[in-house]
Ligand binder design. Structure first.
Ligand code: XMP
Length: 319
């Protein structure tokens, strides 16, 4: 009789056997996988675990506070909050090509992570929230032909670079099992049910060059949009939803005045695994109400569009 309770106990025993009394570093992204891995590890080895959360300045509104609040304050897990926003945003200045943006962020992420993790004395292990599908994917694609549509942001190669051994306590699980394990470990539903968020963060939802001002506008618009979705009880029906800030300004009218502000696009899709996706069929009323709220509540946006492209031919993210 296989239950999550049994898996939890078995996973904890395995972690203890592998790690002994050595120290472990875990990179926290705020996503479900690394979060569940961190809580499981903490239960297994307590303060031998230190989490490193890299804040690249491309997070959503309130996200850094949610992650530090959850792990450091609620779970009491030793957590390094690497506040490196300026380094990332300075490096991205003048960069508008999508692949160049991704590579800049990926490269810097590894440097920054390595720097902060390197200050944790005596660490011998690096923990990762690798899932079973990640394991199969890397096997079945090995050596085969591959087309890179977008270079994915990950920390592959880091363990060897840092001379650390890997701990991967979720390697046998599928996504829905990780969520079940997270619930079993007491992570709140709102946290476990969060939509996926890409490693390069808001950078790939702000086509073209990124500026601090644009990011601030995007954060506000995204927060209003997600609030609308939650208020209408639609969050759990949608696989992923977000706003993208378009690199065009358009003319509008507000009161007696003319405005010249950015346009934004709303995206919402249903999907099973992110490989293909369908547009979520919002009601017309929901869309117009949301557009009105965004334009009234977010300074800098005067036009809202809804992205009705499925995947393929579109991708879920804009870059
Ligand atoms: P696309 O845009 O390729 O996205 O249709 C499919 C899913 O992957 C997420 N995504 C990423 N996740 N690092 C990640 O961890 C990345 O570099 C990355 N790029 C896209 C995207 O949010 C969607 O869920």
């Amino acid at each position: 009789d296989w239950t999550m309770g049994a898996y939890r106990a078995e996973a904890i025993a395995k972690i203890r056997a592998q790690v002994g009394d050595a120290k472990v570093i875990c990179g926290l992204s705020g996503g479900v996988d690394s979060s569940v891995a961190a809580v499981l590890l903490h239960e297994a080895i307590g303060d031998q675990l230190t989490c490193v959360f890299v804040d690249h300045g491309l997070l959503r509104e309130g996200e850094a506070a949610e992650v530090t609040g959850m792990f450091r304050d609620h779970y009491n897990i030793p957590l390094v909050h690497a506040e490196e926003q300026d380094r990332f945003l300075d490096a991205l200045e003048g960069v508008s090509d999508p692949e160049e943006k991704r590579k800049t962020i990926g490269r810097l992420f590894i440097d920054v992570f390595q720097e902060h993790a390197g200050r944790i004395e005596g660490a011998e292990f690096l923990a990762q929230g690798t899932l079973y599908p990640d394991v199969i994917e890397s096997v079945s694609f090995a050596g085969g032909p591959s087309v890179t549509i977008k270079s994915h942001h990950n920390v592959g190669g880091l363990p060897e670079k840092m001379g650390l051994a890997l701990v991967e306590p979720l390697r046998e699980l599928f996504k829905d099992e990780v969520r079940a394990l997270g619930r079993e470990l007491g992570l709140p539903d709102w946290f476990i049910g969060r939509h996926p968020f890409p490693g390069p963060g808001l950078a790939i939802r702000c086509p073209g060059e990124i500026t601090r001002d644009k990011l601030e506008i995007l954060r506000r618009a995204d927060a209003v949009y997600i609030d609308q979705i939650r208020r209408h009880g639609l969050y759990d029906e949608i696989w992923q939803a977000f706003a993208a800030l378009l690199p065009v300004r358009t003319v509008g009218v507000m009161g007696d005045g003319r405005t010249y502000d950015y346009a934004c696009a709303l995206r919402a899709v249903t999907s099973v695994d992110g490989m293909t996706a369908d547009v979520y069929p919002f009601s017309h009323d929901f869309l117009t109400e949301t557009a009105t709220r965004i334009i009234n509540e977010v300074r800098g946006i005067n036009r809202v569009t809804y992205d009705i492209t499925s995947k393929p031919p579109g991708t879920i993210e804009w870059e």
